[in-house]
Design a protein around this ligand. Structure first.
Ligand code: NZQ
Ligand code: ZN
Length: 394
């Protein structure tokens, strides 16, 4: 294995009633001024807001609300939150939501203590913050991204048309109550779970030593994610499936699968730029991109794709060449995406405008040319190939 340092600061508080049982104590380690951050209001409809307020009151916290964080959180919203955190002298940020709320808060926590603009600092001057961020914790209400267990955040700069990762605060704790996810629209549940599968696949398809325990764990996470998604398609309220998917999500992005190996994440880079131009849902965008991307790269990485076909999709190797096996695995993924009811084409994605106007050749060209190219995958693609992939997905 390659050398690595592994550290995950998030304490995990998992299970039914986890907030009631643990959150008050977890908050007692921090100062009195708490920012309660959330999205468009789903937590007000499902009782989570009331539960949070009750716990915060019982813990004697002075609460400042920071609301309205949208899916694909923006740089502008980060700056709004950072200004509020400074003004109210916030001691702790409690992010209650899915990946978007958590990511926005991670960057708010880092930006609030910096003199410099964090975007310019990291992405223009290529320096990381050295001042410790405001401590924060996450209460996950929609799982899939695994954002609750890492220090990276994905932010969209609307003017620059860039959606990209920023190194920011890592949550000190993560409350994972699978029952909080029961009110998530089903399409978002499946989209989130597909994001988890994508994280594990994209890690698996990074360059790695041949014998790597991280790959074996990734296979188990992928199998369990697929099983959980199939179970939810039969019974959306299946607690066992929801709880497994919630932990799969955290496992796929808490760094464990990345130990001792490089990662790929080319599909994510394409989705991020697609999101910057269309505001599409993250997991749904990935579902459209993965099959055509993998049909292309699997030709250059037959051994690893064949292994995935057998160990994750259960494809029989009998009578098949390595190439046939590898391609059968990619088609098993494509069939699974279709059976899950995930979008199959770009025009089926939810977007902030009309697909005909947003998905023109010139826009697809801009999206392709602005994607980061990953050099650490099993096989890379060029900007021209990304353009062809996006055209295939139309
Ligand atoms: O805004 P609210 O009202 O909360 O509604 C949200 C939102 O509309 C809703 N929702 C969340 N919990 C709910 C609920 N609705 C009903 N009941 C509940 N319990 O779900 C919608 C989607 O939420 P969002 O947070 O956007 O979804 P997701 O968790 O998929 O996060 C996506 C964002 O995370 C980034 C993505 O790029 C995207 O911006 N990612 C973050 C990563 C990380 N930091 O490690 C890794 C990922 O690869 C990903 O890039
Ligand atoms: Zn993702």
């Amino acid at each position: 294995m390659e050398n690595f340092v592994y550290e995950c600061p998030a304490k995990v508080l998992f299970g039914r009633g986890a907030a009631k049982e643990h959150l008050g104590k977890a908050l007692s380690a921090y100062g009195p001024n708490v920012m309660l951050a959330y999205g468009g209001g789903s937590i007000r409809g499902n009782g989570v807001y009331d539960e949070m307020m009750e716990i915060l009151r019982a813990a004697d916290k002075a609460v400042t609300e920071f609301r309205g964080i949208t899916p694909n959180p923006t740089y502008a919203k980060v700056q709004e939150g950072a200004a509020l955190a400074r003004e109210k002298r916030i001691d702790f940020i409690l992010a209650v939501g899915g990946g978007s709320v958590i990511d926005c808060c991670k960057v708010v926590a880092a930006q609030a203590v910096l003199e410099e603009d964090i975007w310019d600092m990291e992405l223009v001057r290529h320096r990381l913050p050295s001042v410790p961020p405001i401590p924060m914790g996450a209460v996950v209400t929609a799982s899939g991204t695994g954002a609750e267990m890492n220090g990276g955040a994905v932010i969209t700069h609307e003017e620059k048309k860039i959606k990209t990762g920023i190194f920011a605060a890592a949550p000190r704790f993560a409350v994972l109550d699978p029952e909080y996810t029961l009110s998530v629209p089903f399409s978002q549940v499946i989209s989130g779970a597909f994001d988890t599968l994508s994280h594990a696949m994209e890690t698996y398809f990074g360059r790695a030593d041949r014998d790597n325990v991280s790959d074996d764990i990734a296979e188990a996470v992928m199998r369990n994610t697929i099983r959980g998604m199939r179970a939810l398609l039969q019974n959306p309220d299946d607690y066992t499936a929801r709880s497994n998917l919630m932990w799969d999500s955290a496992m796929a992005e808490n760094g464990i699968l990345k130990c001792g190996r490089a990662t790929d994440f080319q599909a994510h880079q394409i989705e991020h730029q697609l999101g910057a131009y269309t505001d599409c849902g993250h997991g749904q965008g990935l579902a459209v991109i993965h099959p055509p991307l993998y049909r292309r790269v699997c030709e250059k990485a037959l051994e690893k794709f064949a292994r995935l076909a057998v160990n994750v999709w259960g494809v029989s190797g009998e009578g098949k060449t390595e190439r046939e096996l590898a391609l059968a695995g990619v088609e098993a993924l494509a069939d699974f995406i279709a059976k899950c009811g995930l979008p199959l084409r770009l025009r089926d994605l939810r977007m902030k405008g009309e697909p005909e106007k947003l998905l023109t050749d010139s826009v697809l060209r801009e999206i392709s040319d602005s994607c980061n190219l990953i050099q650490t995958g099993q096989a890379g693609v060029s900007h021209d190939e990304i353009f062809e992939i996006l055209k295939e997905c139309l």
